[in-house]
Design a protein around this ligand. Structure first.
Ligand code: GDP
Length: 670
């Protein structure tokens, strides 16, 4: 079998995905009928399942584009809502519910929406057909609709009723045809009655003689004629023992078949039965689609030329798919991570950790040594330099500071420090790639980096802690190490002093040198019994002054500490109790060197190795839709991808039409 209709329906469905083109439409069968004309029953008896939402309160608010695909291999009907990505639905109550919800999502005051619902039903019992169930024929009749809504409904219907679509106008036999709103609308859209098939339902409600009269009427002649049907068997309409699903379908088919068989002679010369209606629809659709195919081919060709030209002009024919775009973004990121790995290795790790420990040492010493309030601090230092090497008080002080440093939790501290700096570098690197325009992907990448780092966090922290363990009990110092730390401590304090002086100068510039001196003098020596206003200093100036006093004292203390370190006593490691800053620096140097050995291998190198792999794994688990959604977040990429997709789709359609045209030629030539 050549199965032309099937292929044309496929082309029709492909064309539905070519957006922005209203000229690319293959014909479909548009079903219209007023309320209770039996429209739903006709559609359901074609499908063999009850699937349309029922209810009088305007349940059809959107057109339903129904594609029927004959699938002999299928055991029973399955439904799909491609736009909702709902596939393989076998429960038709669910289908009914989805249709109901989709319709109800259109507010009642808007009456209808132009956005069609696409529903595909595959079944061994359906013919290959494409039908549109149109909303609104009920409402046009309803007198209480505001005029603009009526116009809106009419415009939508008219668009669907246009050539080359075929109109299936449904009227009930028990209502005078002169009152059929379906025939009236069909006549308007198709005055010569060339594209309309009349369907007369409920033939069982009138006598066979009357039925024949209607079916052969000359008052409303239609070139494709009328088909009479009985789409409900008494068992379906009966309130008791009501049949549903396939049973209802079989009952209806049997009832209809025996009814027409019983009245065979009366219906002689007429077309009756849903089976015949299906056949007729297939034939008419195939013919109509066949006729539309060549003009459609020319339209597609024209669209394709236009799209191909735009693609050339805008994107120089450069192919880009969401997948290649994602891959290129990730490659750029991987490249930057590689560069980063060359910039950030063991020496950088070392200086990062050492400067953190320098700060910790300064804080610990401040707590233990320079913690007396105000100028008393200075006396503290004097006492220290005057102490003798057996002085237990100073021994204990240094031991406590040393203990605090080695028991700081260097393992976690250093691992956390490195993790944080890698994470912040990763977000810097991302911002240098096109990925910065994709917030969701940035999150995915950061999560990926964090996973790699976290998977090693605890084991690295433990290893580091184990390795520095010996230093918690004893430290052996060489002369070379002592002198190196002495130089470093001097540098560190000089740096501190520079900061302190800088801040003091900024304060001076801010409120004026003379004024600052006056306030400081007042704060240090002045008569505090005088209230602040009487000496003309605002509370804010007093605050500045207090800060000035603090900075002045701090600078004096740093200078004293520098004098201490530079003293001849501090040249020798044996005097470590007099030179806590140098001793603590030696300890922090040793801790840093040992920790960095492990951090470099366990955390940093591991990250550089595993991060790109983890990233690949994560990204390969994304669905096609997710990748497409990602790529289209960037407007330029979206345009590029969409234009390319459009071009490819049109090429595909063009090829398919060519195939069908040659099949047609072959068929006609036979
Ligand atoms: P719609 O409002 O046009 O979709 O019409 P329905 O298909 O819902 O049918 C309206 C009423 O007519 C329902 O109660 C059906 O059971 C009944 N009906 C539909 N077709 C037939 C038929 O062929 N014979 C009889 N006796 N009743 C039918």
């Amino acid at each position: 079998m050549l199965n032309l209709t099937r292929q044309m329906i496929e082309i029709r469905s492909l064309l539905l995905n070519v957006d922005g083109s209203h000229t690319l439409k293959l014909p479909s069968i548009v079903v219209i009928g007023s309320q209770s004309s039996g429209k739903s029953s006709v559609l359901e008896s074609i499908v063999g399942q009850e699937f349309l939402p029922k209810g009088s309160n305007m349940v059809t608010r959107r057109p339903i584009e129904l594609t029927l695909i004959n699938s002999p291999e299928q055991a029973s009907e399955i439904a799909e809502f491609p736009a909702l990505k709902m596939y393989n639905l076998t429960d038709f109550q669910t289908v009914q519910k989805v249709l109901f919800d989709l319709n109800m999502a259109v507010p009642l005051n808007e009456a209808i929406s132009n956005d069609p619902i696409q529903l595909t039903i595959k079944s061994p019992r359906v013919p290959d057909l494409s039908l549109v169930d149109l909303p609104g024929y009920i409402q046009i009749e309803a007198a209480d609709q505001p005029t603009e809504l009526k116009t809106k409904i009419r415009e939508l219907c008219n668009r669907y009723l246009e050539n080359p679509n075929i109109i299936l106008a449904i009227s009930a036999a028990d209502v005078d045809l002169a009152n059929s709103s379906a025939l009236r609308a069909a006549k308007q859209a198709d005055p010569k009655g060339e594209r309309t098939i009349g369907v007369i339902t409920k033939l069982d409600l009138v006598t066979p003689e009357r039925a024949k009269e209607i079916l052969t009427n000359k008052k409303y002649p239609l070139r494709m004629g009328y088909v009479g049907v009985i789409t409900k068997s008494p068992s379906q309409t009966s309130l008791f023992r009501r049949k549903t699903g396939i049973q209802a379908y079989v009952a209806q088919q049997n009832y209809e078949f025996s009814y027409f068989k019983e009245h065979k002679s009366q219906f002689d010369g007429t077309s009756v039965g849903t089976r015949l209606l299906k056949k007729k629809l297939m034939k008419v659709l195939e013919k109509s689609m066949g006729e539309s195919l060549r003009p459609m081919y020319l339209n597609v060709q024209q669209e394709l030329e236009e799209t191909a030209y735009q693609f050339k002009v805008e994107f120089n024919d450069r192919s880009l798919t969401p997948e290649t775009y994602l891959a290129s973004c990730v490659d750029i990121l991987k490249g930057s991570v590689k560069e980063f790995s060359e910039r950030f290795g063991r020496p950088e790790l070392r200086s990062l950790l050492k400067s953190e420990l320098d700060q910790r040492v300064l804080d610990l010493l401040a707590q233990r040594y320079w913690n007396r309030p105000g100028s008393l601090e200075l006396t503290n230092l004097d006492e220290l330099s005057a102490s003798n090497s057996q002085d237990v008080y100073w021994h204990r002080k240094l031991d406590l500071a040393y203990n605090s440093l080695t028991k700081l939790g260097i393992g976690r501290l250093s691992t956390g420090l490195i993790t944080d700096s890698i994470m912040s570098e990763i977000s810097n690197l991302i911002s240098g790639t096109p990925l910065r325009n994709h917030p969701l992907m940035c999150d995915v990448i950061q999560e990926c980096a964090l996973n790699v780092l976290n998977s090693k966090f605890y084991s690295t922290a433990d290893q580091v802690e184990n390795c520095i363990k010996p230093y918690k009990y004893e430290i052996e110092i060489e002369d070379r190490e002592w002198s190196k730390s002495r130089t470093h401590s001097v540098q560190l304090l000089k740096e501190e002093l520079r900061h302190c002086d800088g801040e003091f100068n900024a304060l001076k510039n801010h409120i004026g040198g003379r004024k600052l001196n006056q306030i400081i003098q007042y704060l240090e020596t002045g008569d505090k019994s005088k209230d602040v206003e009487s000496i003309n200093f605002s509370p804010q100036l007093i605050e500045h002054g207090k800060h000035g006093v603090f900075l002045k004292n701090r600078a004096a203390l740093i200078k004293m500490r520098l004098t201490g370190i530079n003293s001849s006593a501090c040249k020798f490691k044996e005097n470590k109790y007099k030179c806590p800053e140098i001793f603590m620096d030696v300890v922090s140097e040793k801790l840093t060197t040992t920790a960095v050995l492990f951090l470099n291998v366990e955390l940093l190198s591991d990250f550089y190795y595993n991060f790109p792999r983890e990233l690949d794994m994560k990204l390969s688990s994304l669905t096609r839709d997710q990748v497409e959604q990602f790529a289209k977040e960037d407007t330029k990429v979206r345009r590029h991808v969409e234009l390319q997709q459009r071009k490819e789709l049109l090429e595909l359609v063009q090829n398919k039409i060519e195939d069908v045209l040659s099949l047609q030629k072959y068929k006609n030539g036979k």
